[in-house]
Design a protein around this ligand. Sequence first.
Ligand SMILES: Cc1cc2nc3c(=O)[nH]c(=O)nc-3n(C[C@H](O)[C@H](O)[C@H](O)COP(=O)(O)O)c2cc1C
Length: 142
Amino acid sequence: MGLISLAYVSVSHHPMSDDELLRILEVARPFNQSHSITGMLLYRDDFFIQVLEGESSVVLPLYEKIKTDPRHHHILEVYRTPIQTRTFAQWSMGFNRVDDAALSAIPGFTPYLENKPEPTFFTSQPSRATQLLEAFKDHVYF
Ligand SMILES: Cc1cc2nc3c(=O)[nH]c(=O)nc-3n(C[C@H](O)[C@H](O)[C@H](O)COP(=O)(O)O)c2cc1C
């Protein structure tokens, strides 16, 4: 057992409005808070990337539940790794919409900007997921 960090990418069924995104967070945050789960959720162009941090005995069942959520599909795990300390300790689930300006400020993200997001951009190089998620650590959209 112990603390893990698990990240995945997925695709929403349709472009999600702020209201729809808020509905996810209104359920996610109280659950995560009461289960000591922290993390970050990013959204762009029908594309989610999320990191969940917490005890593996809590994170893994939550991830299984999230995978069955009908609001997204094509869920692909990017990494799951034991951690000593949390990177997103301040967020029960931080959220950001990822816009072009934010992306272009992160070195190496030009391929991602020029094309529609491809999950393999992250699965082939998981450090890109870490880099993107951490770039939004100190700023949340709502
Ligand atoms: C992209 C995405 C991310 C989600 N993240 C979380 C989360 O971090 N925590 C959480 O409790 N639910 C999260 N959910 C919602 C769950 O899938 C599920 O709807 C929620 O846990 C309520 O499940 P229940 O109705 O079976 O209790 C997420 C859903 C989506 C689509």
